[in-house]
Design a protein around this ligand. Structure first.
Ligand code: AMP
Ligand code: GLY
Length: 421
């Protein structure tokens, strides 16, 4: 088989590494990929948003399956375009990817189908939003841009001034462009967060092993929200009992709700959950594998990923048995100094071997390029250093040992992955 993976981050590297294990795969392409990915797949210079470019490449190279990994091309209908051209693709169509790309859509879906989530209101003007926040007078309050914002469109405001500034930034200054035409103002929830990714063909849903992301930039959950600074799997707060509640009250109702709306979701559905004192609630949905959740979940997958992808595409997921290892994994993200704000690129990374790896761990490349036999930084999140162990402590110890072997100017990483709620 020939498989084309669309995207260029650590998640895509983890997907490619897993696909490479399949005896059914002869050749993997990445569009556009990155420096580290180029050691595991053939990188082709086509942007992840270039629908026509991807379709043409898939046709010319007789690609068997295109795996669309990032949110933007999914929201933009890349899977629709591929399927329309008779090319098999893994990922939801645009009318289902909206579960991630519009928070207004997902909140209204949850309300309509009684799926537990934070109380909220939607506003199309900053004045109305600010008046509502003032009337309620309850802080902290959560303000979310409706559309995609690189994981940065959520602001938790401590007081009225911060709330007002957040609404203005999103709706008037258009910090996230049209993503901020509407805002969701939401009740602040508390409790540990859990990420659960699930395969679904729109009929069956098979949750993967759980994971935990650390979204804030600095230790002790301080600093700005990022795309994710590190992950562990399994998530220690996700007990079997909670998993069963989630299946009944959240996972299966979500698949059914999307079907009822004629928006059947096929692909990887991501549930961002909070285990509140009132039970698990949905914080957000994503229409794809999480990044860096994929980096800790996929290494624990025993079943051939290609078999699962085909089962999803062919609506026979219920017939396949998916197996996971009993061990644990941890991923520590090494980011550029300054991330998630401005940062430099093109800095040489030392400590990696010629394949971009170190001993004792797997290094998933997120933002690197390979030039003149050197790996250089090329993004905010640079590397996801990942290790497995018989338990979380062992996995974390190995991951941090590997991190210590790698360096680049300004490198920044959290030292408390797996330790905070
Ligand atoms: P999201 O992009 O929706 O996942 O939000 C980013 C992060 O903001 C989440 O991982 C939570 O830590 C936090 N967050 C979002 N919504 C809420 C909420 N209603 N209450 C408390 N924290 C929240
Ligand atoms: N790590 C969170 C996300 O992928 O959205």
């Amino acid at each position: 088989m020939k498989i084309l993976v669309v995207g260029s981050g650590g998640r895509e590297h983890a997907i490619i590494r897993k696909l490479k294990e399949s005896p059914r795969v002869d050749k993997i392409y990445a569009a556009p990929g990155n420096g580290g990915i180029s050691k595991d797949a053939e990188c082709v210079n086509i942007g992840a948003m270039d629908k026509q470019g991807i379709v043409n490449f898939a046709k010319e190279n007789e690609i068997d399956i295109v795996f669309v990994a990032p949110d933007d091309p999914l929201a933009d209908g890349m899977v629709d375009e591929l399927l329309g051209n008779g090319i098999r693709a893994f990922g939801p169509k645009a009318n289902a990817a909206i579960i991630e790309s519009s928070k207004v859509f997902s909140k209204n879906l949850m309300k309509k189908y009684h799926i537990p989530t934070a109380e909220y209101e939607v506003f199309d003007s900053s004045e109305k939003a600010i008046n509502y926040i003032e009337e309620k007078g309850k802080y902290p309050v959560v303000i979310k841009a409706d559309g995609l914002a690189l994981g940065k469109g959520v602001i938790i405001a401590k007081d009225h001034d911060e709330a007002k500034a957040a609404v203005k930034e999103i709706m008037e200054d258009k910090k996230f462009g049209d993503s901020g035409n509407n805002v969701v103002v939401e009740e602040f929830l508390t409790g540990p967060e859990v990420s659960v990714l699930a395969f679904t063909d729109g009929i069956a849903l098979k949750p993967m092993v759980s994971s935990k992301d650390h979204k804030r930039a600095y230790d002790n959950d301080e600093g700005l929200n990022t795309g994710g600074m590190g992950t562990v799997s399994p998530n220690p707060y996700y007990t079997d009992e909670i998993a069963e509640i989630c299946r009944k009250k959240i996972f299966e109702p979500t698949v059914a709700a999307m079907n009822s709306e004629n928006r059947t979701f096929k692909g990887c559905l991501y549930f961002g959950l909070m285990i509140t004192p009132d039970g698990p609630k949905v914080i957000e949905y994503n229409a794809r594998f999480g990044d860096p959740e994929a980096q800790v979940v996929l290494p624990r997958l025993k079943t051939d990923l290609v078999d699962i992808i085909e089962a999803v595409i062919e609506d026979r997921l219920s017939q396949i048995n998916i197996e996971w290892t009993e061990d644990a994994s941890a991923c520590v993200v090494m980011a550029s100094g300054g991330y998630p704000l401005a940062y430099k690129k093109g800095i040489e990374i030392s400590g990696l071997d010629e394949n971009g790896q170190v001993s004792g761990a797997v290094v998933y490349h997120a933002g690197t390029k390979f030039e003149n036999d050197k790996f250089l930084t090329n993004g905010g999140r640079v590397l996801g250093v990942t290790a497995k162990g018989k338990n979380l402590d062992e996995a974390l110890e190995k991951a941090y040992q590997a991190v210590n072997k790698i360096s680049f100017e300004g490198a920044h990483y959290r030292t408390d992955i797996g330790k905070t709620k």
